[in-house]
Design a binder for this molecule. Sequence first.
Ligand code: 5GP
Ligand code: ZN
Length: 112
Amino acid sequence: MAECLFCRIASRELSSDLVFEDEQLVAIRDINPVAPVHVLLIPKRHVGSLAEVAEGDAGLLGHLQLVASRLARELGLDSYRVVNNCGAAAGQSVFHLHYHLLGGREFRWPPG
Ligand code: 5GP
Ligand code: ZN
């Protein structure tokens, strides 16, 4: 989608602080980090949110979590949180599916 911010970042049309890239996704530093480590895992293919995934997206969803696990290890995190905000009321502000990998501080439960 030409006008989607994360499509433009994932295609490298817009610059970002890239942590990792493969054929399916990019991982970038969040522009407004809420933890010492705050990485966004963004699929290259446009999917609006977790509510819009289909059976055929199982491989992509698994891959996103595998990469989150691997990046957490490579970034030296032994405790971390992987978050998806789905829908505006849950805090989603960019309507292109992404996971937040957060670490480097303690987290409370339940989240706010
Ligand atoms: P959401 O609120 O949709 O779950 O997460 C969107 C995230 O994208 C926010 O944490 C926000 O700081 C981040 N973000 C928004 N615009 C940009 C941008 O242009 N570059 C980067 N790296 N992060 C962004
Ligand atoms: Zn998009």
